[in-house]
Design a protein around this ligand. Sequence first.
Ligand code: NAD
Length: 454
Amino acid sequence: MIFGDFILTIETEKGETYEIRDFSLKNEGLKTMEWAASRMPVLQFIKKRFEEDKPFKGIRIGACLHVTKETSQLCEAWLAGGAEVYLCASNPLSSQDEITAALVSKGVNVYAWKFMDTEGYYRAIGHVINARPHITIDDGADLVSILHKLKRGERDEEVEIVQKIIGDVTDIIDGVWGGAEETTTGIIRLQAMADDGALLYPIMATNSSPSKNLFDNVYGTGQSSIDGILRATADLIASKVFVIAGYGHCGKGVAMRAKGMGASRVIITEIEPHAALQAVMEGMEVMPMIEAAKIADIIITATGCKDVVRKEHFEVMKDGVIACNTGHFNVEINIPDLDSLAENKVKIRPFVDQYTMEDGRKINLLGEGRLINLAAAEGHSPEIMDTSFALQALATEYILKNKEQLKNIGGRVIQIPDDIDNNVALLKCKALGINLDILTPGQEKYLSSWHVGT
Ligand SMILES: NC(=O)c1ccc[n+]([C@@H]2O[C@H](COP(=O)([O-])OP(=O)(O)OC[C@H]3O[C@@H](n4cnc5c(N)ncnc54)[C@H](O)[C@@H]3O)[C@@H](O)[C@H]2O)c1
């Protein structure tokens, strides 16, 4: 059945259905996948082991992730391990159409294309749920959230779209052993569900592992968000007043890179005193958004919070300002406020909507307020996603191996065990040719003793 005007729906002999943009992009996608593979040594190492052990034989993995060249490598690792993989997008703008085509050719069931509308986005989630996954992998918790809404009998626009695919079934969640979550915002949502007693199966907090958030969130988001701004605008960063809302992992990375590219002032807005102090110690200025908005040339939000940039801020912004977001959802910049203040809106470049205010000022919103590194650029580099997706691959294996114990744990957000996390970091060091010192027996004893003092 064809749902959209331009979406290619492929039905295979086995009766599987994919929804992607253009299958003829397959060869381009395969070359790009090769490029990513050559830059993800840790994941290749894990894939090789999966190939030999086939741990996922007969297992269905349902993933809601940014469908990028890096994600293709995680899918390949699962496929190598014998899994059936069902993949939808975790953001309407983040899919790379050549990768979706290449993944279909490799045997992944893909439901994703760039510029999905709401209907397409949730229909894709419906397809993944319809596959009755044993394990879910999320980036932002939309897949988990829909599975729970179905079970609780909650009915809204999103669930209705999903039901067009799956029918009236509500208990697909009962067959899920466990899941893993990729991002900060997803963990916050899932922890809130667990605190309410609403989470029905255990989720591994991949984002909370040091091998993920110390690298992906900081250096990945730092570089790729600047890349997104540059690809969208082709502007100069040097000499600009660059405002970053949130000085957590992502904000720190963006600030570091903006400084390095010569921004004349890097200004942080924060709600948390330690983060504000850290920013000041790093040589940044800290002030409330209402002050920063008046002088900003470029504003980027990286908070995981909503309405960080809103009406009162738009009212004081300079003519020509650029506003964008790199947090997970498109709620950090209040776009309805901007719509209501503007006299008109023109798409002046592919990822730039220019809003003209009543007084003639122009405000440029990038990537429809969605995470700019994935909307206008290609997300994090493969070198960065190597460790994040190595963790996801190993989290998937952990869920499989421990499914009986996880049943007893029930609806909790759990950490990836330290030995898995350390192993990923060690493998990355090895791949980069970084050798570490090893503690002598005397040092080990000293570090575990409380007897030795001054
Ligand atoms: N673009 C990407 O590729 C990417 C990658 C990783 C994470 N993320 C997303 O980025 C967001 C931030 O993630 P993180 O890991 O940096 O989180 P974090 O918790 O480390 O940092 C968030 C920071 O924002 C601050 N903050 C919260 N509300 C604020 C407000 N109203 N105004 C100013 N500051 C505020 C917090 O005090 C905190 O210091 C999340 O939505 C996360 O899912 C995006």
